[in-house]
Design a protein around this ligand. Structure first.
Ligand code: TYD
Length: 146
């Protein structure tokens, strides 16, 4: 496959967050720029997600995210326009960085799980790509990164 003229973009990556172990309970934090490679503009969280539900199902034109399983576990399915990759998040001190231009779905939520998302931009529907074919056209501008 000819990859000439395709832009190089960051890859999704797992980031180890600090874990301050303490008999009173553990503490983890994330701060820019040490663990979050963008300025945080928004946080949202998913909870009470049924075991058979799928969340996500979109890509972003410019938005970057950091996803953490604050409790329980779930699977993040990533697609860069070329191949899929599954990432299991099941520790509150492991964060998944997702750059722009990556399609993602989230599934296999365990009971009581909480998914925290830190985002680089305020919410804007204009910035979402929710059509899979349109996403594939968009992603074809970039080199594979999974
Ligand atoms: P949606 O993008 O479908 O959620 P997910 O990515 O988890 O599947 O968003 C669900 C609804 O919530 C949709 O109507 C948009 C709205 N929403 C906001 O208003 N603000 C936000 O920050 C987010 C993430 C969603």
């Amino acid at each position: 496959m000819a990859l000439k003229n395709k832009a190089s973009m960051p890859s999704p990556a797992l980031i180890d967050l600090p874990k301050i172990a303490d008999p009173r309970g553990n503490l983890t934090f994330a701060q820019t720029p040490d663990h979050v490679p963008f300025d945080i503009a928004r946080a949202y969280w998913l909870y009470d997600v049924p075991a058979d539900a799928e969340r996500g199902g979109h890509g972003h034109v410019s938005l970057q995210q950091l996803i953490v399983a604050l409790g329980g576990s779930f699977t993040v399915n990533l697609f860069d326009g070329y191949r899929w990759k599954k990432v299991l998040l099941n520790r509150p001190y492991k964060a998944l960085y997702i750059p722009s231009g990556i399609w993602r779905t989230l599934d296999d939520f365990t009971s009581g799980s909480v998914c925290l998302v830190l985002a680089s931009e305020p919410y804007s529907e204009d910035e979402y790509i929710r059509d899979f074919d349109k996403f594939k056209e968009f992603a074809a501008n970039f080199e594979p990164r999974l």
